[in-house]
Ligand binder design. Structure first.
Ligand code: FNR
Length: 342
């Protein structure tokens, strides 16, 4: 199977494989406050992820590019959404365009449709410094994501089987490139152990890419005859992973992603200590189901809803969410208890 065919299959299967809300966010309840002492007009959604200043706390996480006109048209629509609503946006892995220059256009369109927005490049942890630099210059990226996807690779019949020295390459790339580096998981979450190691590097942010949303083990298992079904429920739920990460890296910006679907998921991420929230599969599904205009409208509604939620909690910005009273229950409580994190 060609890379282009694989990309098309990933999109098709990501759309048809449901997000099962195993993120842990539903195990969090805010404690209602009757005297919030705030006016809605005082609230703003300006956000900072490290040195990146953003007008929205939300970004569109890495999905696609390469593989022909289908991915180019998705990237065009995602870039229009980002441009119209002020979201930052990551392109999908640029490794294919680094290997085949004919594929560059499907990534560059994101910068063309969104000339003044914040755009993240994306490469795998197998990349060299030169490839990292090429990915940045290809789209004039404001930051570079390096993705970690061990479980997807293992589940993919044609995937990588050698994961040695990834940390050393991340370290070298981060020290060499001119933009902040964001190391991200791809739906299996990051543990305190992994984040502790990564926090030795001067990263722009760590995106914990938690379990509970798009599930690449299930997606890859649908593509193969001998299924590695033991990976289908493998991963650290997003809410638990944010807490794992914050416990060992209080000074590295932690970004939440994995199964984020609405304003409540986003505000809960900030309450656990996140500095930003990424959405991938949910935006793709909205785009496919409702079209471009309705997806733009939905993002604007999420922004409005975030303001209502902040108002109810008496907070003028998401940065003030760090000490909001909340009650944790169920599997999230259990996870954090067993890991000594509550
Ligand atoms: C992805 N994701 C991804 N991540 C990455 O770093 N590079 C990539 O090329 C891709 N490709 C990709 C394709 C498709 C179709 C989807 C849906 C996702 C992973 C993505 O950025 C994110 O980490 C996970 O999807 C979990 O977030 P959601 O989808 O649950 O919000």
């Amino acid at each position: 199977m060609t890379r282009a065919q694989r990309k098309k299959e990933h999109i098709k299967l990501a759309l048809s494989t449901g997000q099962n809300r195993a993120t842990g966010f539903d195990d969090i309840a805010f404690v209602h406050q009757s005297l919030p002492n705030i006016a809605l007009e005082e609230i703003n959604l300006q956000t900072k992820i490290g040195e990146l200043s953003l007008s929205s706390p939300i970004f569109i996480n890495a999905m696609t590019g390469g593989g022909g006109t289908a991915t180019e048209s998705i990237n065009r629509d995602l870039a229009i959404i980002a441009n119209e609503t002020g979201l930052a946006i990551a392109v999908g892995s640029q490794m294919s365009a680094i290997k085949d220059p004919a594929e560059k256009e499907s990534y560059r369109i994101v910068r063309r449709e969104n000339p003044n927005g914040v755009v993240f490049g994306n490469i795998g942890s197998e990349a060299t410094i030169a490839q990292a630099e090429e990915a940045i210059s290809m789209i004039d990226a404001n930051a570079l994501q390096i993705h970690l996807n061990v479980i997807q690779e293992l589940t993919m019949p044609e995937g990588d089987r050698d994961f040695r020295d990834a940390f050393e390459r991340i370290q070298m790339i981060t020290e060499s490139v001119s933009v902040p580096v964001i190391v991200k998981e791809t739906g299996f979450g990051m543990s305190a152990e992994a984040v502790k190691l990564l926090s030795q590097v001067n990263l722009g942010a760590i995106d914990i890419g938690g379990f509970g949303g798009t599930n690449f083990a299930k997606i890859e298992n649908k593509r193969r005859s001998r299924m590695l079904s033991y990976f289908d429920n493998w991963g650290i739920p997003t809410a638990a992973s944010i807490v794992e990460a914050k416990s060992v890296a209080p000074h590295t910006p932690i970004v939440a992603s994995g199964g984020i679907q609405n304003s409540l998921d986003i505000i809960k991420s900030f309450a656990l200590g996140a500095a930003g929230a990424g959405m991938a599969g949910y935006v793709l599904k909205c785009l496919q189901k409702d079209g471009l205009e309705k997806t733009i409208h939905e993002v604007k509604e999420i922004h409005e809803d975030l303001k209502y939620l902040l108002c109810a909690l008496g907070k003028k910005s998401l940065q003030e969410m760090g000490n909001v009273p909340m009650v944790l229950s169920g599997e999230l409580y259990h996870w954090l208890h067993v890991r000594g994190l509550n």
